[in-house]
Design a binder for this molecule. Structure first.
Ligand code: ATP
Ligand code: MN
Length: 461
């Protein structure tokens, strides 16, 4: 079937076509009626021009061809006299397939706020903005796979349900088939041996621990899937359900990991700039002026490097501007992260060697005994876009760390096995797909770059 994208990209050779799409706007003048139609194949609409004397059949159909209606338009493809579009359809037939009554269809020609559109998430993909986001999301997912496949990585499918109460990456959602209503009535302790998995289980906050096992066999691997965090915070950066890309590389240390992260981010930005031109131009014009120039400068830049200790020195020197006063040992807040990348570095920066207290148990301990080989990639506006580390591959050190933190070492038996048998330095990171989407679109709220956002008190649709 013909698409608008195909027609707009082809020559105005006078051939007759029938195209099915949705009406975006209708404009009637004395001599002609202009229907702008869009089928989602690209940002642009196809303009269909109907002569004023097209006949009674068309006139009757035209009344129903209002914004949102689905239509089939027949006509010949001709050069367009109008600016900004190479071709248009000189239309001679019109069929309305499904109406969208003006008095009840919520999307009319005027611009709607993103907040309003969040309330009609089932209809918002029909707008310019959400159509562009959806196409770019598709492209960026393709880019992720393309990057790793070109480099010989294997895509590993890690589980979504996990029984190891591990990670400490965030609050977890419990997965249970226990009858909570009945339990509440009876009172008393919960017997998890009666639960579906025979023990307490959760939705995964990260695929990393699982993917490490495949890294120790296949060398270069990645996962790309949904992850879940019961983040009880209403921010524009957090979702309860988001997608994460987690590569893991064997025989690799922190500098290899940093280089991979930089190459990956630049590859993704290049893909957005080169393959999503029409959509990204819209974001540049309407959402974040200067977006294209900013992304272009990042793709040809070198990411700055800074240790956590140096970063905190910079922050402490300007502590008066922060709501949360920085000190060595504090978890960096978004305001700190943004200051480092926007003001100090003026671009992306990789901060490394964080205090072990604020990072996960599996990160490799430095010789100072105080810091771990962690790395966060911070970018302007977004703050943290990637979090990663070199992993602790020494059995004794890892076990000591697990004990020190009071974690249940039995739960980690298989993870520790990786260090008992053929252990090797390895490293990896997690890139939040929706943070990336915010970066390449300039869209402020993370709830607008995923089709159906899940967040505190928000699970509609
Ligand atoms: P932050 O401090 O920004 O909340 P984090 O340090 O908790 O993030 P990590 O555990 O390092 O996050 O997760 C790796 C990546 O996943 C982050 O760099 C970020 O891009 C993304 N991410 C983490 N939590 C969320 C969330 N709730 N919603 C969307 N993306 C997230
Ligand atoms: Mn992090």
């Amino acid at each position: 079937m013909t698409s608008v994208r195909e027609l707009i990209g082809s020559r105005a050779d006078g051939r007759r076509v029938v195209i099915k799409a949705w009406v975006r706007t209708k404009r009637e003048t004395k001599n002609a009626t202009f229907l702008e139609i869009n089928d989602g194949s690209c940002f642009s609409n196809l303009q269909c021009v109907f002569d004023g004397d097209a006949g009674a059949g068309i006139a009757t159909a035209m009344e129903k061809a209002t914004t949102g209606a689905s239509v089939a338009v027949g006509g010949t493809l001709v050069e367009s006299p109008a600016a900004g579009q190479p071709v248009e359809l000189k239309a001679d037939s019109l069929e309305v397939i499904g109406v969208a009554p003006v008095d009840s269809y919520p999307l009319q020609k005027k611009a709607h706020s993103l907040e309003f559109l969040r309330g009609i998430a089932h209809l918002r993909p029909r707008t310019n903005t959400f159509g562009a986001i959806a196409r770019m999301r598709n492209q960026m997912a393709f880019a992720v796979h393309s990057f790793f496949q070109e480099r010989g990585f294997n895509y590993v499918h890690t589980p979504i349900i996990t029984a190891s109460d591990c990670e400490g990456a965030g609050e977890m959602f419990q997965a249970t088939t226990l009858d909570l209503d009945a339990l509440a009535k009876n009172g008393g302790p919960v017997d998890y041996s009666k639960d579906f998995f025979g023990k307490k289980s959760y939705l995964s906050v990260s695929g990393q621990l699982n993917v490490e096992t495949y890294c120790m066999a296949l060398g270069k691997v990645y996962t790309f899937g949904p992850t879940f965090r019961a983040e009880n915070s209403n921010t524009t950066r957090h979702l309860a359900e988001f997608w994460m890309i987690e590569p893991e590389i064997a025989f690799a240390e922190l500098p290899d990991n940093m280089a991979l992260a930089e190459e990956f981010v630049k590859y993704l930005l290049s893909w957005a700039l080169d393959r999503c031109r029409e959509d990204i131009e819209f974001f540049d014009k309407r959402v974040q002026p200067g977006l294209i120039a900013m992304l272009e400068s990042v793709r040809s830049s070198r990411f700055a490097h800074m240790t956590y200790t140096d970063a905190v020195k910079e922050l402490v020197a300007h502590e008066e501007i922060f709501e949360f006063k920085p000190y060595w040992g504090c978890d960096l807040q978004t305001e700190h992260e943004r200051y480092l990348s926007e003001t100090i570095v003026k671009g992306p920066v990789i901060v490394t060697d964080y205090p072990k207290e604020i990072k996960a148990f599996y990160m490799r301990l430095n010789d100072d005994g105080k810091t771990v080989r962690a790395m966060d990639v911070l970018v302007p506006i977004i703050g943290e876009i990637i979090g990663g580390s070199e992993r602790e591959y020494r059995y004794d050190v890892l076990l000591a760390r697990i004990r020190e933190l009071g974690l249940d070492e039995k739960a980690y038996w298989w993870y520790l096995d990786l260090r008992r048998f053929g252990t090797a330095p390895h490293a990896g990171f997690g890139l939040g797909f929706e943070r990336l989407m915010r970066y390449v679109t300039g869209i402020e709220n993370i709830r607008d770059v995923i089709p159906f956002p899940r967040a505190v008190k928000q699970a509609e649709f």
